[in-house]
Design a protein around this ligand. Structure first.
Ligand code: SF4
Length: 67
């Protein structure tokens, strides 16, 4: 399965939960807004990315899936 994280800085409120949940995939820029460091490939990485998407309080993260 091909999975892509999509992050919307326009709605990000800089809460940092995504970075706390999955620091290998997410970071914050100098303004505290989300950055995607890498796309998940392994099953464990995809599971962590899903957790980050689900925990984001501003719904700024989503996952695109292509089989
Ligand atoms: S959890 Fe959501 S609101 Fe918080 S920094 Fe990450 S993308 Fe932004």
């Amino acid at each position: 399965m091909n999975v892509q994280i999509v992050a919307r800085q326009a709605t990000c409120i800089g809460s940092g939960q995504c970075v706390f949940t999955d620091p290998d995939a997410f970071d914050q820029d100098d303004d505290g807004l989300v950055l995607v460091l890498k796309q998940p490939a392994a099953e464990g990485e995809i599971a962590l990315a899903r957790q980050a998407v689900n925990i984001c309080p501003s719904r700024s993260l989503s996952i695109l899936e292509a089989s």
